[in-house]
Design a binder for this molecule. Sequence first.
Ligand code: EPZ
Length: 417
Amino acid sequence: MNKLYIEGNKNLNGNVRISGSKNAALPILFMTILTEEKIKISNIPQLTDITIAIELLKSLGAKIKYRKKLLCIDTSSIKNFSPPYDLTKKIRASIWMLAPLLIRFGQAKISLPGGCKIGSRPIDLHIKGLIQLGAKIVLEKNYISASIRKPLVGKHIYIKKISVGATITIMSAAALAQGTTIIENAAQEPEIIDIAKFLNTLGANIIGAGSNKIFIKGVIKLTGGKHQIIPDRIETGTFLIAAAVSQGYITCCHTEPKNLKKVLIKLSESGAKIKTGKDWIQLDMRGKKPKSINVSTSPYPGIPTDMQPQFTLLNSISQSKGVITENIFENRFIYVSELIKMGAQIKIKNNSIICKGVTNLYSQNVFSNDLRGSATLVLAGCIARGITIVNNIYHFKRGYELFSEKLNKLGANIKYI
Ligand code: EPZ
Protein backbone atom coordinates (compact mmCIF):
# COMPACT_ATOMS: atom_id res chain seq x y z
CA MET A 1 0.00 0.00 0.00
CA ASN A 2 1.81 3.03 -1.30
CA LYS A 3 -1.05 5.56 -1.36
CA LEU A 4 -2.99 7.57 1.19
CA TYR A 5 -6.73 8.37 0.95
CA ILE A 6 -7.19 11.66 2.83
CA GLU A 7 -10.52 13.27 3.72
CA GLY A 8 -10.07 17.04 3.74
CA ASN A 9 -11.52 20.04 5.53
CA LYS A 10 -10.19 19.02 8.94
CA ASN A 11 -9.08 21.04 11.95
CA LEU A 12 -6.20 19.33 13.69
CA ASN A 13 -6.32 19.53 17.49
CA GLY A 14 -4.79 17.69 20.43
CA ASN A 15 -1.48 16.39 21.76
CA VAL A 16 1.22 14.71 19.71
CA ARG A 17 4.28 12.93 21.09
CA ILE A 18 7.38 13.84 19.08
CA SER A 19 9.74 10.99 18.12
CA GLY A 20 13.53 10.84 18.23
CA SER A 21 15.43 12.82 15.62
CA LYS A 22 16.07 10.93 12.36
CA ASN A 23 19.02 13.20 11.57
CA ALA A 24 20.68 12.52 14.92
CA ALA A 25 19.86 8.79 15.08
CA LEU A 26 21.26 7.93 11.64
CA PRO A 27 24.81 9.29 12.11
CA ILE A 28 24.91 8.04 15.72
CA LEU A 29 24.04 4.52 14.57
CA PHE A 30 27.00 4.53 12.17
CA MET A 31 29.34 6.04 14.78
CA THR A 32 28.94 2.81 16.81
CA ILE A 33 31.42 1.26 14.32
CA LEU A 34 34.11 3.33 16.08
CA THR A 35 34.06 1.09 19.17
CA GLU A 36 34.02 -2.67 19.82
CA GLU A 37 32.10 -2.31 23.06
CA LYS A 38 28.35 -2.61 23.57
CA ILE A 39 26.13 0.45 23.17
CA LYS A 40 22.50 1.18 24.12
CA ILE A 41 20.62 3.93 22.28
CA SER A 42 17.09 4.96 23.28
CA ASN A 43 14.40 7.08 21.55
CA ILE A 44 15.37 5.67 18.13
CA PRO A 45 12.42 6.40 15.78
CA GLN A 46 10.85 3.56 13.76
CA LEU A 47 11.51 4.76 10.20
CA THR A 48 12.51 3.06 6.95
CA ASP A 49 15.79 4.99 6.91
CA ILE A 50 16.57 3.56 10.37
CA THR A 51 15.65 0.06 9.18
CA ILE A 52 18.06 0.44 6.27
CA ALA A 53 20.82 1.70 8.58
CA ILE A 54 20.29 -1.34 10.83
CA GLU A 55 20.43 -3.66 7.80
CA LEU A 56 23.67 -1.99 6.69
CA LEU A 57 25.26 -2.47 10.13
CA LYS A 58 24.12 -6.11 10.24
CA SER A 59 25.56 -6.65 6.73
CA LEU A 60 28.94 -5.56 8.15
CA GLY A 61 28.59 -8.13 10.95
CA ALA A 62 27.14 -6.09 13.83
CA LYS A 63 24.74 -7.74 16.29
CA ILE A 64 21.66 -5.57 16.88
CA LYS A 65 18.52 -5.86 19.04
CA TYR A 66 15.90 -3.18 18.42
CA ARG A 67 12.60 -3.09 20.30
CA LYS A 68 10.29 -0.26 21.33
CA LYS A 69 12.70 2.51 20.34
CA LEU A 70 15.60 0.94 22.32
CA LEU A 71 18.51 -0.33 20.24
CA CYS A 72 21.35 -2.45 21.65
CA ILE A 73 24.34 -2.88 19.33
CA ASP A 74 27.55 -4.91 19.53
CA THR A 75 29.92 -4.15 16.66
CA SER A 76 32.80 -6.30 17.99
CA SER A 77 32.14 -8.95 15.33
CA ILE A 78 32.19 -6.50 12.39
CA LYS A 79 34.62 -7.91 9.81
CA ASN A 80 33.43 -6.32 6.57
CA PHE A 81 34.47 -2.80 5.52
CA SER A 82 32.49 -2.66 2.29
CA PRO A 83 28.69 -2.52 2.80
CA PRO A 84 26.34 -3.77 0.03
CA TYR A 85 25.75 -1.36 -2.86
CA ASP A 86 21.97 -1.78 -3.00
CA LEU A 87 21.45 -0.78 0.66
CA THR A 88 24.11 1.96 0.71
CA LYS A 89 22.49 3.62 -2.30
CA LYS A 90 19.18 3.97 -0.52
CA ILE A 91 20.07 6.61 2.05
CA ARG A 92 22.24 9.74 2.21
CA ALA A 93 23.26 8.79 5.77
CA SER A 94 25.33 5.82 4.54
CA ILE A 95 28.17 8.28 3.82
CA TRP A 96 28.70 8.33 7.60
CA MET A 97 30.02 4.74 7.48
CA LEU A 98 33.07 5.88 5.53
CA ALA A 99 35.13 7.47 8.32
CA PRO A 100 34.30 4.90 11.06
CA LEU A 101 35.09 1.93 8.75
CA LEU A 102 38.31 3.65 7.63
CA ILE A 103 39.42 4.20 11.24
CA ARG A 104 38.45 0.68 12.30
CA PHE A 105 39.97 -1.27 9.39
CA GLY A 106 42.47 1.15 7.82
CA GLN A 107 40.36 0.94 4.68
CA ALA A 108 36.76 1.31 3.51
CA LYS A 109 34.92 0.96 0.25
CA ILE A 110 31.39 2.33 -0.02
CA SER A 111 29.17 3.32 -2.91
CA LEU A 112 28.16 6.95 -3.35
CA PRO A 113 25.17 7.57 -1.04
CA GLY A 114 21.51 8.02 -2.05
CA GLY A 115 18.92 10.24 -0.40
CA CYS A 116 16.17 12.70 -1.37
CA LYS A 117 16.49 14.07 -4.91
CA ILE A 118 16.64 17.68 -3.74
CA GLY A 119 19.91 18.57 -5.38
CA SER A 120 23.21 17.10 -6.58
CA ARG A 121 24.26 16.31 -2.96
CA PRO A 122 28.00 16.10 -3.56
CA ILE A 123 30.38 14.66 -0.95
CA ASP A 124 33.50 16.67 -1.85
CA LEU A 125 33.65 18.35 1.58
CA HIS A 126 33.57 14.96 3.35
CA ILE A 127 36.41 13.71 1.13
CA LYS A 128 38.50 16.90 1.49
CA GLY A 129 38.28 16.69 5.28
CA LEU A 130 39.42 13.05 5.39
CA ILE A 131 42.32 13.75 3.00
CA GLN A 132 43.43 16.66 5.21
CA LEU A 133 43.52 14.23 8.15
CA GLY A 134 45.77 11.90 6.14
CA ALA A 135 43.44 9.50 4.32
CA LYS A 136 43.99 8.36 0.73
CA ILE A 137 40.74 8.51 -1.22
CA VAL A 138 40.02 7.16 -4.70
CA LEU A 139 36.70 7.84 -6.42
CA GLU A 140 36.03 5.26 -9.11
CA LYS A 141 32.71 4.90 -10.92
CA ASN A 142 30.12 4.70 -8.17
CA TYR A 143 32.50 3.90 -5.30
CA ILE A 144 34.62 5.71 -2.74
CA SER A 145 37.72 3.73 -1.71
CA ALA A 146 39.57 5.08 1.31
CA SER A 147 42.75 3.85 2.98
CA ILE A 148 45.26 4.92 5.62
CA ARG A 149 48.79 3.62 6.09
CA LYS A 150 49.23 5.26 9.50
CA PRO A 151 46.82 6.76 12.07
CA LEU A 152 45.09 9.96 11.01
CA VAL A 153 46.68 13.15 12.34
CA GLY A 154 44.62 16.06 13.70
CA LYS A 155 44.55 19.23 11.56
CA HIS A 156 43.02 22.72 11.48
CA ILE A 157 40.25 22.24 8.90
CA TYR A 158 38.15 25.05 7.41
CA ILE A 159 35.03 23.66 5.69
CA LYS A 160 34.45 26.08 2.82
CA LYS A 161 30.66 25.61 2.81
CA ILE A 162 28.59 24.91 5.93
CA SER A 163 27.74 21.22 5.73
CA VAL A 164 26.04 19.10 8.40
CA GLY A 165 27.27 15.91 6.74
CA ALA A 166 30.89 16.93 6.32
CA THR A 167 31.07 18.30 9.88
CA ILE A 168 29.89 14.90 11.14
CA THR A 169 32.33 12.93 8.95
CA ILE A 170 35.32 15.02 10.06
CA MET A 171 34.28 14.97 13.74
CA SER A 172 33.98 11.17 13.71
CA ALA A 173 37.38 10.71 12.03
CA ALA A 174 39.12 13.24 14.32
CA ALA A 175 37.79 11.57 17.48
CA LEU A 176 40.42 8.81 17.13
CA ALA A 177 43.11 10.75 15.23
CA GLN A 178 46.48 11.62 16.77
CA GLY A 179 46.51 15.15 18.17
CA THR A 180 43.91 17.89 18.00
CA THR A 181 41.59 18.78 15.12
CA ILE A 182 39.88 22.15 14.84
CA ILE A 183 36.87 22.36 12.54
CA GLU A 184 36.18 25.95 11.43
CA ASN A 185 32.91 26.98 9.78
CA ALA A 186 31.32 23.87 11.34
CA ALA A 187 27.57 23.25 11.06
CA GLN A 188 25.80 24.21 14.32
CA GLU A 189 22.67 22.04 14.10
CA PRO A 190 21.34 20.50 17.36
CA GLU A 191 22.03 17.06 15.82
CA ILE A 192 25.76 17.91 15.78
CA ILE A 193 25.57 18.62 19.52
CA ASP A 194 23.82 15.29 20.08
CA ILE A 195 26.45 13.39 18.09
CA ALA A 196 29.29 15.08 20.00
CA LYS A 197 27.53 14.25 23.29
CA PHE A 198 27.24 10.61 22.16
CA LEU A 199 30.92 10.37 21.17
CA ASN A 200 32.00 12.03 24.43
CA THR A 201 29.93 9.45 26.33
CA LEU A 202 32.13 6.83 24.64
CA GLY A 203 35.26 8.67 25.81
CA ALA A 204 35.90 11.12 22.99
CA ASN A 205 37.12 14.64 23.77
CA ILE A 206 35.01 17.09 21.73
CA ILE A 207 34.22 20.66 22.75
CA GLY A 208 32.47 23.49 20.92
CA ALA A 209 29.81 21.39 19.12
CA GLY A 210 26.89 23.70 18.34
CA SER A 211 29.24 26.58 17.58
CA ASN A 212 31.04 27.20 14.26
CA LYS A 213 34.36 26.06 15.76
CA ILE A 214 34.73 22.53 17.14
CA PHE A 215 37.85 21.25 18.96
CA ILE A 216 38.48 17.50 18.91
CA LYS A 217 41.36 16.03 20.91
CA GLY A 218 41.98 12.55 19.51
CA VAL A 219 41.88 9.62 21.98
CA ILE A 220 43.32 6.10 21.68
CA LYS A 221 40.05 4.19 21.82
CA LEU A 222 36.38 4.55 22.57
CA THR A 223 34.38 2.52 25.09
CA GLY A 224 30.71 1.49 25.22
CA GLY A 225 27.89 3.52 26.74
CA LYS A 226 24.27 4.66 26.68
CA HIS A 227 22.62 7.56 24.84
CA GLN A 228 19.15 8.99 24.30
CA ILE A 229 18.44 10.58 20.90
CA ILE A 230 17.17 14.19 20.98
CA PRO A 231 13.61 14.94 19.82
CA ASP A 232 13.03 15.55 16.11
CA ARG A 233 12.80 19.32 15.57
CA ILE A 234 11.59 18.96 11.98
CA GLU A 235 8.78 16.56 12.93
CA THR A 236 7.85 19.10 15.64
CA GLY A 237 7.80 21.96 13.10
CA THR A 238 5.74 19.86 10.70
CA PHE A 239 3.02 19.21 13.31
CA LEU A 240 3.00 22.88 14.37
CA ILE A 241 2.37 23.83 10.74
CA ALA A 242 -0.35 21.13 10.56
CA ALA A 243 -2.24 23.04 13.27
CA ALA A 244 -1.38 26.46 11.80
CA VAL A 245 -2.84 25.61 8.36
CA SER A 246 -5.94 23.86 9.73
CA GLN A 247 -6.95 26.58 12.24
CA GLY A 248 -6.16 24.04 14.92
CA TYR A 249 -4.80 23.90 18.48
CA ILE A 250 -1.93 21.49 19.16
CA THR A 251 0.58 20.62 21.85
CA CYS A 252 3.80 18.90 20.77
CA CYS A 253 5.14 16.91 23.74
CA HIS A 254 8.60 15.39 24.39
CA THR A 255 10.24 18.02 22.18
CA GLU A 256 12.91 20.68 22.57
CA PRO A 257 11.56 24.27 22.10
CA LYS A 258 15.06 25.82 22.13
CA ASN A 259 15.88 23.98 18.88
CA LEU A 260 13.06 25.72 16.99
CA LYS A 261 13.50 29.35 18.01
CA LYS A 262 13.42 30.89 14.50
CA VAL A 263 10.57 28.59 13.40
CA LEU A 264 8.45 29.69 16.40
CA ILE A 265 9.15 33.36 15.65
CA LYS A 266 7.92 32.87 12.06
CA LEU A 267 4.80 31.00 13.24
CA SER A 268 4.01 33.83 15.68
CA GLU A 269 4.45 36.28 12.77
CA SER A 270 1.82 34.28 10.88
CA GLY A 271 -0.62 34.96 13.73
CA ALA A 272 -0.26 31.77 15.79
CA LYS A 273 -0.36 32.00 19.58
CA ILE A 274 2.65 30.05 20.85
CA LYS A 275 3.34 28.85 24.39
CA THR A 276 6.36 26.75 25.39
CA GLY A 277 7.45 24.75 28.45
CA LYS A 278 10.47 22.60 29.28
CA ASP A 279 9.67 19.90 26.74
CA TRP A 280 6.46 21.04 25.01
CA ILE A 281 5.22 23.63 22.49
CA GLN A 282 1.59 24.72 22.15
CA LEU A 283 0.25 26.43 19.02
CA ASP A 284 -3.22 27.97 18.84
CA MET A 285 -4.57 29.10 15.46
CA ARG A 286 -8.25 28.49 16.15
CA GLY A 287 -10.58 30.53 13.95
CA LYS A 288 -7.68 32.26 12.18
CA LYS A 289 -6.26 32.15 8.66
CA PRO A 290 -2.47 32.53 8.75
CA LYS A 291 -0.86 35.82 7.76
CA SER A 292 1.66 35.47 4.89
CA ILE A 293 5.29 35.37 5.95
CA ASN A 294 8.63 35.76 4.21
CA VAL A 295 11.15 32.99 4.94
CA SER A 296 14.75 32.48 3.83
CA THR A 297 16.27 29.11 4.69
CA SER A 298 19.80 29.00 6.12
CA PRO A 299 22.05 26.76 8.22
CA TYR A 300 21.18 26.52 11.93
CA PRO A 301 20.25 28.61 13.86
CA GLY A 302 18.39 29.92 10.78
CA ILE A 303 15.14 28.60 9.34
CA PRO A 304 15.82 24.94 8.38
CA THR A 305 15.62 23.98 4.72
CA ASP A 306 13.72 20.90 5.94
CA MET A 307 10.84 23.23 6.88
CA GLN A 308 10.70 24.99 3.50
CA PRO A 309 7.83 22.94 1.96
CA GLN A 310 5.75 23.19 5.13
CA PHE A 311 6.07 27.01 5.19
CA THR A 312 5.10 27.10 1.51
CA LEU A 313 1.84 25.34 2.39
CA LEU A 314 1.21 27.91 5.13
CA ASN A 315 1.70 30.75 2.65
CA SER A 316 -0.50 28.97 0.06
CA ILE A 317 -3.60 29.41 2.24
CA SER A 318 -2.58 32.68 3.91
CA GLN A 319 -4.27 36.08 3.69
CA SER A 320 -1.97 37.67 1.10
CA LYS A 321 1.43 37.18 -0.55
CA GLY A 322 4.57 35.61 0.94
CA VAL A 323 8.02 34.74 -0.43
CA ILE A 324 10.10 31.71 0.59
CA THR A 325 13.73 31.54 -0.51
CA GLU A 326 15.66 28.27 -0.51
CA ASN A 327 19.39 28.78 0.01
CA ILE A 328 20.64 25.28 0.83
CA PHE A 329 19.49 22.86 -1.89
CA GLU A 330 19.18 23.63 -5.58
CA ASN A 331 16.23 21.41 -6.40
CA ARG A 332 13.82 21.36 -3.49
CA PHE A 333 10.67 22.63 -5.25
CA ILE A 334 9.32 19.45 -6.90
CA TYR A 335 6.30 19.34 -4.55
CA VAL A 336 5.22 22.87 -5.67
CA SER A 337 3.68 21.60 -8.93
CA GLU A 338 1.51 19.23 -6.87
CA LEU A 339 0.31 22.09 -4.62
CA ILE A 340 -0.53 24.12 -7.77
CA LYS A 341 -2.62 21.15 -8.98
CA MET A 342 -4.55 21.53 -5.69
CA GLY A 343 -5.28 25.18 -6.45
CA ALA A 344 -2.35 26.96 -4.84
CA GLN A 345 -1.23 30.14 -6.60
CA ILE A 346 2.54 29.82 -6.64
CA LYS A 347 5.25 31.18 -8.93
CA ILE A 348 8.91 30.12 -8.77
CA LYS A 349 11.50 32.81 -9.45
CA ASN A 350 15.12 31.58 -9.25
CA ASN A 351 15.39 30.08 -5.75
CA SER A 352 12.25 31.77 -4.41
CA ILE A 353 8.66 30.58 -4.13
CA ILE A 354 6.14 33.41 -4.39
CA CYS A 355 2.74 32.41 -2.98
CA LYS A 356 -0.50 34.36 -3.29
CA GLY A 357 -2.76 32.94 -0.59
CA VAL A 358 -6.04 31.32 -1.69
CA THR A 359 -9.15 30.62 0.39
CA ASN A 360 -9.13 26.88 -0.20
CA LEU A 361 -7.12 24.08 -1.75
CA TYR A 362 -8.98 21.37 -3.67
CA SER A 363 -8.54 17.62 -3.53
CA GLN A 364 -6.37 16.00 -6.16
CA ASN A 365 -4.39 12.90 -7.01
CA VAL A 366 -0.86 14.06 -6.09
CA PHE A 367 2.59 12.50 -6.23
CA SER A 368 5.28 12.63 -3.54
CA ASN A 369 8.87 12.97 -4.57
CA ASP A 370 10.89 13.61 -1.45
CA LEU A 371 10.53 13.35 2.31
CA ARG A 372 9.50 16.86 3.41
CA GLY A 373 7.56 17.61 0.24
CA SER A 374 5.46 14.46 0.68
CA ALA A 375 4.67 15.25 4.33
CA THR A 376 3.52 18.69 3.13
CA LEU A 377 1.21 17.13 0.53
CA VAL A 378 -0.37 14.99 3.28
CA LEU A 379 -1.05 18.14 5.33
CA ALA A 380 -2.47 19.81 2.19
CA GLY A 381 -4.82 16.83 1.80
CA CYS A 382 -6.02 17.25 5.39
CA ILE A 383 -7.22 20.82 4.71
CA ALA A 384 -8.26 20.63 1.03
CA ARG A 385 -11.90 20.40 -0.02
CA GLY A 386 -12.75 16.74 -0.84
CA ILE A 387 -10.70 13.52 -0.95
CA THR A 388 -6.99 13.72 -1.82
CA ILE A 389 -4.88 10.74 -2.86
CA VAL A 390 -1.17 11.02 -2.12
CA ASN A 391 0.98 8.55 -4.09
CA ASN A 392 4.50 7.22 -3.39
CA ILE A 393 4.13 7.61 0.35
CA TYR A 394 7.27 5.56 0.98
CA HIS A 395 8.99 8.97 0.86
CA PHE A 396 7.49 10.27 4.09
CA LYS A 397 7.72 6.87 5.80
CA ARG A 398 11.49 7.34 5.58
CA GLY A 399 11.41 10.23 8.02
CA TYR A 400 8.16 10.46 9.99
CA GLU A 401 7.30 7.81 12.60
CA LEU A 402 3.60 6.82 12.45
CA PHE A 403 2.83 10.10 10.64
CA SER A 404 -0.71 9.34 9.44
CA GLU A 405 -1.57 7.60 12.74
CA LYS A 406 -0.46 10.70 14.71
CA LEU A 407 -2.45 12.97 12.34
CA ASN A 408 -5.57 10.78 12.74
CA LYS A 409 -5.31 11.15 16.52
CA LEU A 410 -5.44 14.94 15.91
CA GLY A 411 -8.68 14.64 13.92
CA ALA A 412 -7.48 13.81 10.42
CA ASN A 413 -9.11 10.98 8.46
CA ILE A 414 -6.33 9.23 6.56
CA LYS A 415 -6.38 5.66 5.24
CA TYR A 416 -3.77 3.56 3.45
CA ILE A 417 -5.01 2.19 0.11
C1 EPZ B 1 21.63 16.84 6.23
O1 EPZ B 1 21.88 16.55 4.87
C2 EPZ B 1 20.23 16.30 6.49
N1 EPZ B 1 20.18 14.88 6.21
C3 EPZ B 1 19.23 17.02 5.58
O2 EPZ B 1 17.93 16.56 5.94
C4 EPZ B 1 19.32 18.52 5.84
O3 EPZ B 1 18.44 19.19 4.96
C5 EPZ B 1 20.75 18.99 5.59
O4 EPZ B 1 21.65 18.26 6.46
C6 EPZ B 1 20.93 20.47 5.85
O5 EPZ B 1 20.58 20.79 7.13
C7 EPZ B 1 20.54 13.99 7.17
O6 EPZ B 1 20.94 14.37 8.25
C8 EPZ B 1 20.41 12.53 6.82
P1 EPZ B 1 24.63 19.30 4.08
P2 EPZ B 1 23.38 16.72 4.28
O7 EPZ B 1 25.91 18.56 3.96
O8 EPZ B 1 24.37 16.39 5.33
C9 EPZ B 1 26.31 21.04 0.01
C10 EPZ B 1 15.81 15.67 5.57
O9 EPZ B 1 14.80 16.05 4.93
N2 EPZ B 1 27.39 20.05 0.17
O10 EPZ B 1 24.41 20.18 5.26
O11 EPZ B 1 23.44 16.01 2.99
C11 EPZ B 1 24.98 20.37 -0.25
O12 EPZ B 1 24.80 20.09 -1.60
C12 EPZ B 1 17.18 15.81 4.96
O13 EPZ B 1 15.78 15.15 6.71
C13 EPZ B 1 28.50 20.11 -0.69
O14 EPZ B 1 28.56 20.97 -1.57
O15 EPZ B 1 23.40 18.30 4.00
C14 EPZ B 1 24.01 21.42 0.23
O16 EPZ B 1 23.84 22.40 -0.77
C15 EPZ B 1 17.16 16.46 3.59
N3 EPZ B 1 29.49 19.21 -0.53
C16 EPZ B 1 24.74 22.06 1.41
O17 EPZ B 1 26.13 21.75 1.23
C17 EPZ B 1 29.46 18.25 0.45
O18 EPZ B 1 30.43 17.46 0.55
C18 EPZ B 1 24.30 21.54 2.77
O19 EPZ B 1 24.41 20.12 2.73
C19 EPZ B 1 28.34 18.20 1.31
C20 EPZ B 1 27.33 19.12 1.15
